[in-house]
Design a protein around this ligand. Structure first.
Ligand code: OSB
Ligand code: MG
Length: 367
C-alpha cells in the first residue's frame, strides 16, 4: 500500500451541552480529521486529542504539530504492507499515541476498503450490534442529574456512567441508586482521588456499581493495585493504559479488573486489539471508551467494539447525544441498548465532505 495524499483538517463542532469531568470540561470540540488517499482508495480517521491537556498530555495543537511536522512527512509516499507497519518510519517518536493513531486508523479504513469488507470484519469483529452506554458529565445539582439520567434511560442505553469528584460522589450516587434501583451504573473519577481516600471509596461498594473508572492518578499503577485489594467494586483503568505494555503491568500488579480501551489513547486499533486479546486471555472484560468523537471516530469505535471481548457496554452513544447534526450519514443511533455495526466497506458511513470542507478552519496537505 501507499499513501499518495494525506489531508489533515480541523473543524469546530459544538456539543449540544457542556461536558464536565473532574479534570476539566468542554463544549466546543476542535475535531481533527485525516483523509488518506492511495491505490485508488480513501481512508478516514479522527484524532481524538482534546483542546487542553487535562485528560492527556496531547492536545489538538500538539497532535497537529506532531502529525504535520513529524509523522505525515515520513509516511506519505512510502510503501508499507498495512496498518501494522505504516508507522515504522516514525517508531522513533516517543508518545503522541493520539497523533499516531490517527494515521494507523485511517490506514485500517483503507485496508478494509481494499478488501471490500467492513472495518469490523477486517478487525475480526464477530457481532452485528454492540451494547452501548452513555457518559453523563458532572451536573451542578442532583435534580439536573436525575433528569438527564431519566432521559438517557428512555433513550434505551444499556448502562449509565456518572462522572464523579470529591464533593459530588457518594451521596449523589446513593440518590441515583435509590431512584433507579435496577439500572447498571458505573462511576468515572478521572483521577480525582488519592489512596488516602480509600475509606470513602470503600463505601462505594454498597452502591452496586459495575465498576469505578480511573479513581487515582493518571499514571499510577501501584496505588490502583493497593486500592483494588481493599475495595470490592472493580477498578477500571482509562487514562493509565496507553499501551499493551501498560496492560501487562496492570495485570501483573492487579491494578484493575477491567480496561476501557480508546484506540486513540493506546496508539491505534492494532494496539487496542492486542490489549483486548491480553485481557480476554485472562478472562477479563474490556469496553470501548469515547472521546466525544464525531461520527468518523465513532465509526472506528463501534467497529472495534464488535470484537468478542468487548462484553461490557461502551461509551459509544448516538450521534444525537452529542451533536445537532453529525458529519456522517447515516448518523449513529441506539435502540434497546445496542448500536448496529456498519456493514459497508471500511468505516461504513459516508462523510459529508462538503460540510467538512465548509467548516474547515485549517488544512494541511501532503503528497
Ligand atoms: O474519561 O472517559 C472519559 C470524554 C472526554 C474525555 C474523557 C472521557 C470522556 C467521556 C465521554 O467519558 C465518553 C463519550 O465519548 O461519550
Ligand atoms: Mg474515563
Amino acid at each position: 500500500m501507499k499513501i499518495e495524499r494525506a489531508t489533515l483538517r480541523e473543524i469546530p463542532l459544538r456539543l449540544k451541552e457542556f461536558f464536565e469531568i473532574s479534570s476539566g470540561g468542554s463544549q466546543d470540540r476542535r475535531v481533527v480529521l485525516l483523509t488518506l488517499e492511495g491505490d485508488g482508495l480513501e481512508g478516514w480517521s479522527e484524532c481524538v486529542a482534546s483542546a487542553d491537556p487535562s485528560y492527556a498530555y496531547e492536545t489538538t495543537d500538539t497532535a497537529w504539530h506532531v502529525l504535520t511536522d513529524f509523522i505525515l512527512p515520513h509516511v506519505v509516499g512510502r510503501d508499507f504492507s498495512g496498518p501494522d507497519d505504516v508507522l515504522e518510519p516514525v517508531s522513533w517518536i516517543r508518545g503522541h499515541g493520539m497523533a499516531k493513531a490517527a494515521v494507523e486508523m485511517g490506514v485500517w479504513d483503507m485496508a478494509a476498503r481494499a478488501d471490500g469488507v467492513s472495518l469490523s470484519a477486517k478487525l475480526g469483529g464477530t457481532r452485528a450490534a454492540v451494547p452501548v452506554g452513555v457518559s453523563v458529565g458532572l451536573k451542578p445539582d442532583d435534580d439536573a442529574l436525575h433528569e438527564q439520567v431519566a432521559g438517557f434511560l428512555e433513550d434505551g442505553y444499556a448502562r449509565v456512567k456518572i462522572k464523579i469528584k470529591p464533593g459530588r460522589d457518594l451521596e449523589m450516587l446513593a440518590g441515583l441508586r435509590e431512584r433507579f434501583p435496577d439500572v447498571d451504573f458505573m462511576a468515572d473519577a478521572n483521577s480525582a482521588y488519592t489512596l488516602d481516600d480509600v475509606e470513602r471509596l470503600k463505601e462505594f461498594d454498597a452502591l452496586d456499581l459495575m465498576m469505578i473508572e480511573q479513581p487515582l492518578r493518571y499514571d499510577d499503577f501501584l496505588h490502583h493495585a493497593r486500592l483494588q485489594e481493599r475495595i470490592d467494586t472493580a477498578v477500571c483503568l482509562d487514562e493509565s493504559i496507553k499501551s499493551a505494555a501498560d496492560t501487562e503491568l496492570a495485570l501483573e500488579l492487579g491494578s484493575c479488573r477491567i480496561i476501557n480501551i480508546k484506540p486513540g489513547r493506546v496508539g491505534g486499533l492494532g494496539e487496542s486489539r492486542r490489549i483486548h486479546d491480553m485481557m480476554r486471555a485472562e478472562g477479563l472484560a474490556v469496553w470501548c471508551g469515547g472521546m466525544l468523537e464525531s461520527g468518523v471516530g465513532r465509526a472506528h469505535n463501534v467497529a472495534l467494539a464488535s470484537l468478542p471481548g468487548f462484553t461490557l457496554p461502551g461509551d459509544i452513544s448516538a450521534s444525537t447525544r452529542y451533536w445537532e447534526r453529525d458529519i456522517v450519514s447515516p448518523e449513529f443511533t441506539v435502540s434497546e441498548g445496542k448500536m448496529a455495526v456498519p456493514v459497508g466497506p471500511g468505516i461504513g458511513v459516508d462523510v459529508d465532505v462538503e460540510r467538512v470542507e465548509a467548516l474547515t478552519t485549517r488544512v494541511a496537505t501532503f503528497t
